[in-house]
Design a protein around this ligand. Sequence first.
Ligand SMILES: Nc1ncnc2c1ncn2[C@@H]1O[C@H](COP(=O)(O)OP(=O)(O)O)[C@@H](O)[C@H]1O
Ligand SMILES: [Mg+2]
Length: 282
Amino acid sequence: MTTGQPGQPGTPGQVGPRKLTPQEEARLAQMKQQFQQRKALSEKLGRIKKRIGVYSGKGGVGKTTVAVNLAVTLAQEGGNVGLFDCDIDCPNVTRVLRVSEGPTHENEVFYPPQAFGVKVMSMAFFQSNEEEAIIWRGPMIHNAINQFLQNTEWGDLDWLVCDLPPGTSDAPLTVMQTLNLDGFVIVATPQELAVLDAKRSINMVKKMKLNVLGVVENFSGDLFGSGAGEDLAAETGVPFLGRVAMRREYVNANKPPVLVLDAIADEYQEITKNLRRVIGVG
Ligand SMILES: Nc1ncnc2c1ncn2[C@@H]1O[C@H](COP(=O)(O)OP(=O)(O)O)[C@@H](O)[C@H]1O
Ligand SMILES: [Mg+2]
């Protein structure tokens, strides 16, 4: 195109709307797509009553264990429950729940498999080798989580429990921003360092203007002591949801420990009772 024709950007005396530059066209297309995606996503998320993240300052404190047993307990109490493994670096939920079958799919829609009354979706289903490390960067995480949420047919859910990546780096941050959660359950152990990490993660959630639903103390008992979770909750001004003892039933369990031992079921029922109170559902 030669300069000076009507429709060229910046042409004096042009008639009607000027033609967009290719860059502007692309930007507009991208904005439209993002809008459509957001709309589709919010429709999808609208069918899920409560979305909660399970999060910790560091790995190995029992985040996945708490997410799984919490989800199973909510299902036992009669809810429609989904469990979304967003710990993209270490997607362990399927291993802990012993789900070996991946989702079925029709065109682009994935139907999550169900285990112990809980619908499960995980990055691990799409990982060819379980031992392989997946390296994700911010925009990839955002896209992957979005895509997962959009393409998964959860149906109508009362609860979606999300197992988040630990720490305060890019990965958990991006996941938190993408998921639009009602709030977070923070898992801490009685050890001092883990508590310090937990404090940091509570502050991070607060800084992002997101909601902390409360603290769960895991690994309570003779070895590590107990009570630090309550202190942490009091100190940071968030509710204490309950404590879970360290027990042998977690080792080599072939079903979720809440289904193995009444004492564990009781611990988790206390947590769901407090969670319902905090979140305001019956
Ligand atoms: N209350 C508990 N008693 C005994 N073992 C536990 C308990 N909670 C978690 N574990 C074990 O600790 C290990 C780490 O737990 P996991 O949930 O994978 O941590 P995270 O997701 O925070 O990295 C797992 O082997 C799990 O079975
Ligand atoms: Mg984990």
